[in-house]
Design a protein around this ligand. Sequence first.
Ligand SMILES: Nc1ncnc2c1ncn2[C@@H]1O[C@H](COP(=O)(O)OP(=O)(O)O)[C@@H](O)[C@H]1O
Ligand SMILES: [Mg+2]
Length: 298
Amino acid sequence: MIKAENLVRKFGSQVAVNGISFEVKEGENLILLGTSGCGKTTTLRMINRLIEPDSGTVFIDGVDIRSRQPEELRRGIGYVLQNHGLFPHYTVAENIAIVPRLLHWKNTDIRQRADELFHKLNLDPSIAEKYPTALSGGQQQRVGLARSLMVNPPVLLMDEPFGALDNLTRIAIRHEFKALDELVKKTLVMVTHDVQEAFEMGDRICLMDKGEIKQIGTPEELLFSPSNEFVSGFFREQRLQLELKSVLVTEILPGYPEKEITVWEKMEALLHIRNDDSLEEQLKIEDLMRAFLAYKKK
Ligand SMILES: Nc1ncnc2c1ncn2[C@@H]1O[C@H](COP(=O)(O)OP(=O)(O)O)[C@@H](O)[C@H]1O
Ligand SMILES: [Mg+2]
């Protein structure tokens, strides 16, 4: 779907991106992870031609993106930014109608699609007539996502989409976004410096440092088979939590009926159950932990 080949980009004498290559399959979530200044945003923006590489190529569906008009290319690629990128002098309704208008959508279709997304993103429809500054950070971020999804682009780029939010809002919105049906089938490239976020949202993680890729692989591969010292060092502090987030329950308890749930998610779910079964559920957490430790010993 997306293929980046040996991307290089300098700013003056500063090498921001130094030979980055990766592939993202259709429907996959790839996370560009790394500390501030390592070249994540520059890499992301070379996918929608907001930045042109000095050398290297990006292909989308096998087509070199330089052969396409930037404006036309960008209409097929949603883009969500940390500070939502909404125009302050436009209402919410006007903000999210920008691309549909360019595509000559009918007003009724725009309104219908907006209402559908408001509903899915837990936004009250009355929000449409408000200006961005009148919204909370969480609402702004939801509107930013709604705008990027309006014309249902097959590819979505997200640059620190939760970065401006307080911690609790961030975790809540992350869970919501992750469960959103519209995002499940999208090809997604997301930038973050937050390791937990990368492990929760990523099918694969591209760990970067100083404009280069240190390792690219599934969360599990990075954690359990780091290819160098940098990679193992990067995850050291948060290791246990990351391990719980990267291992599926079915991997430690073969035959477990819930297929796609991680040990961490299952533990969270069990902890929040407060009913007559709670005693039994507590036992299950212990069983889960025991099975996890046995799995790790192998
Ligand atoms: N427009 C620019 N002009 C000059 N230097 C830039 C510009 N954009 C990025 N850089 C530099 O390139 C490096 C990578 O930046 P960036 O891709 O934004 O990193 P990240 O998103 O990982 O924080 C940084 O050192 C940054 O200062
Ligand atoms: Mg950045």
